[in-house]
Design a binder for this molecule. Structure first.
Ligand code: HDE
Length: 701
């Protein structure tokens, strides 16, 4: 018999600097989780057979005394916990936030103020509407929630990839979500806003116009979690060491730029790879292409009005254009580790807008104030009681002595005889903090008890009009197509007409084109007056970005130019991109020492996976229809193409004009590699858009 390894019950449970479960020197994990190499019962009793139950005779009934059967099945029966009411589907990662120190005069929070201070973080990205098993690529807002394990306790910045929200008051959240989630009778559609009740609500409730427009723009279908901005949405109050305050709005800017899928890609991905975004995030981190964002703040005077040039800073349906108040960089976030266990980390992580540290306070934004109640409350049901803060992923990485006691799933073993303050029995421990405690900056509060908001909250159209005017032409076309698609799925004619009546306030041409596409009369009205367009709101700007984690598919055949593929691979991988060979069959291509592994076949490859397509010299000319579909789809999706040698003929045979913009050809691989990287930096070949965008909307008469 081999020696039996005993679980180490003596070692204290710990969390590593990244928040990942502690791994002991002998390779054991947190001893309270799975440890040791021998199968045991939950009580640590070694189990020699887990495949057969205990019976009265080999053909007889199962005995109740089979505790292993009962424990195994019973634990399985209770594996599921309620999914989040919203943001149920998500993907997470560990990382580090490094402060630039530039916010030192704004806040006393060390996480933002101390130059070069590194703070471990856990980030969870999510969709809002879909359930846990829904597709990643649906049109929706994305969550961008960050838990900072600071030296002063946990701070949660629970934001979205859009800077505005559908509603101004938290009390309307149940209405919004009931309207947007699937219908109560058939539970259709899953994870989508293209249905009657969503459009019914947002057209009756016009403060939702701005956020709805962001969803219909390309922001609603991000290319990758790595390529999204993040916004705190509300104004927060920062307090410095001298007790001076400012209002700020937080923004995460991705190093890789802001990029989106096309609607066709989003639809294909929902079927071909529902895990599109979570796979992209995990693969990039595993490949060492660590996603990166810069955190910035727009800073406003904390005066009595709490407005900036008439824009109400307490109204979460409004933004202040960056051209008027620039975003000041204050730190850098790098995601550098995938979770070890999805459930323990990504599912059990629990964010709360009310988790703040000294130097960070709230504004009176009624949406934020209501959220501060909701997040704690929702965890009680989702995680089964008040001790969810003790779960490894939620535990602060500083000492905790909160005097809380008992409750479901208490993980700690409190010492001493008191759980109250003041006490003399335990020597007064824990004592109130004399230094570094969370204190609120004194601020006057007055007013009559009312249910209502200021008149400035009634302006629902000037900001969406500004947003639409700021988009590039190609983004405007996509937005028109999105409205036309979504409203095309609505059954009630009156709802469609009401939405058109709203759209005319955003932009008369937008309303006219959508009406045309729906075959409805163009509504009367005019674009609302608005501020000057904000160039920072457009995505397609001609700016170029790094290729980190971008996927390049190389179509090759058994006789492919293997040396050429190696040259291309070396050039692209040096720039951070990843290369996958696609061939008719799996296995290896090439001979001897000179081979390439086929990572995708014509059966498993689909256009959505790749940011660019290359056809290698010596490529197959068998005209496999699946390869032709791949090439044509990728061309239509405006992806960069390259081909060398007789690979060029494969493109021609697939009906692709090799003289089109963004199709690079050459005699060998080294002729195309550098230009391909440059073209990929622009995300898509936008010059091709007019040639290939199959507009859902016929041109207005
Ligand atoms: Fe949330 N929201 N929310 N929300 N929210 C939740 O909390 C809520 C709002 C956001 O990855 C819930 O733990 C109310 C704005 C993200 O775990 C719940 C209101 C913004 C996540 C909740 C809002 C968000 C949530 C569900 C109206 C962007 C996922 C599960 C006042 C700034 C966090 C949970 C994660 C999750 C309530 C509005 C972002 C029910 C009442 C505005 C990213 O508590």
């Amino acid at each position: 018999m081999p020696p039996v390894q005993q679980p180490d019950q003596s070692a204290p449970a710990q969390v590593s600097a990244t928040g990942a479960p502690f791994v002991a020197a002998d390779g054991d994990r947190d001893p309270r989780a799975q440890s040791g190499d021998v199968l045991t019962s939950p009580q640590g009793v070694r189990i020699p057979d887990t495949d057969h139950s205990l019976k009265a005779g080999r053909r007889g009934p199962i005995l109740l005394e089979d505790f292993h059967l009962r424990e195994k099945i019973s634990h399985f029966d209770h594996e599921r916990i309620p999914e989040r009411a919203v943001h149920a589907r998500g993907a997470g990662a560990h990382g580090v936030f490094t402060s630039y120190g530039t916010a030192g005069d704004l806040t006393r929070a060390g996480v933002l103020a101390e130059k070069d201070l590194e703070t471990p973080v856990f980030v969870r990205f999510s969709t809002v509407l879909g359930s846990r098993g829904a597709a990643d690529s649906v049109r929706d807002t994305r969550g961008f929630a960050v838990k900072f394990y600071t030296q002063e306790g946990n701070w949660d910045l629970v934001g979205n990839n859009m800077p505005v929200f559908f509603i101004q008051e938290a009390i309307k959240f149940p209405d919004l979500i009931h309207a947007a989630k699937p219908s109560p009778d058939r539970e259709i559609p899953s994870a989508q806003s293209a249905h009657d009740s969503f459009w019914d609500f947002v057209s009756l409730h016009t403060e939702a116009t701005h956020h709805t427009l962001w969803n219909m723009s390309d922001r609603g279908i991000p290319r990758s979690y790595r390529m999204m901005e993040g916004f705190g949405v509300h104004s927060f109050r920062l307090v410095n060491a001298a007790g001076e305050t400012v209002l700020v709005q937080f923004k995460w800017t991705p190093k890789l730029g802001v990029h989106s899928l096309t609607w066709e890609e989003a639809q294909i991905a929902a079927g071909v790879d529902p895990d599109f975004h979570r796979r992209d995030l995990a693969d990039a981190i595993e490949a060492g292409a660590f996603p990166e964002w810069e955190l910035g703040v727009q800073v406003f005077e904390d005066n009595e009005e709490q407005t900036f040039q008439g824009i109400d800073l307490l109204d979460s349906t409004k933004i202040v254009p960056e051209e008027l108040v620039p975003v000041q960089p204050i730190g850098r976030l790098v995601l550098n580790a995938n979770p070890t266990n999805y459930f323990a980390e990504t599912e059990q992580v629990a964010f709360n807008t009310a988790h703040v540290v000294p130097g960070i306070e709230f504004s009176n934004d009624p949406l934020l104030q209501g959220r501060n109640f909701s997040y704690q409350d929702t965890q009680l049901t989702r995680l089964g009681g008040p001790n969810w803060t003790q779960l490894p992923i939620n535990r602060p990485q500083v000492s905790v002595n909160d005097n809380h006691r008992d409750g479901f799933m208490q993980q700690g073993i409190p010492t001493g005889r008191t759980g109250y303050h003041p006490n003399s029995i335990d020597g007064g421990s824990p004592a109130p903090a004399e230094q570094g405690g969370y204190t609120n900056v004194p601020r006057p509060v007055s007013g009559e008890v009312v249910r209502g908001v200021d008149a400035s909250f009634d302006d629902h159209f000037s900001q969406p009009a500004m947003f639409y005017a700021s988009l590039s032409d190609v983004e405007k076309t996509h937005t028109i197509e999105a409205y036309t698609f979504e409203l095309g799925k609505v059954y009630e004619q009156s709802i469609k007409e009401r939405v058109l009546g709203v759209l005319v306030n955003i932009d008369a041409d937008l309303a006219a084109q959508v009406a045309e596409g729906l075959g409805l009369p163009v509504p009367e009205g005019a674009t609302a007056e608005h501020l000057a367009p904000s160039p920072a709101l457009a995505q397609v700007t001609g700016e170029s970005f790094p290729a980190d984690g971008r996927q390049v598919g190389v179509v090759a055949g058994p006789d492919a130019d293997i040396a050429g593929i190696a040259t291309l691979r070396a050039a692209l991988e040096a720039a951070g991109a990843q290369v996958k060979v696609i061939a008719p069959r799996g296995g290896l291509i090439g001979t001897g020492a000179s081979t390439e592994v086929v990572e995708r076949t014509n059966v498993t490859a689909r256009s959505i996976e790749f940011d660019a397509i290359v056809v290698a010299g010596g490529a197959p000319k068998d005209g496999d229809i699946k390869a032709v579909v791949l090439l044509q789809e990728a061309f239509r999706q405006l992806k960069p193409f390259a081909a060398w040698g007789d690979g060029v003929d494969v493109l021609t045979a697939a009906g692709i004009d090799t003289g089109s913009p963004g199709v690079l050809t050459g005699a060998d691989a080294s002729d195309v590699a550098a230009d391909l990287l440059t073209t990929m930096g622009l995300h898509r070949v936008w010059e091709r858009a007019d040639l290939v965008t199959a507009s859902a909307v016929p041109p207005a008469a």
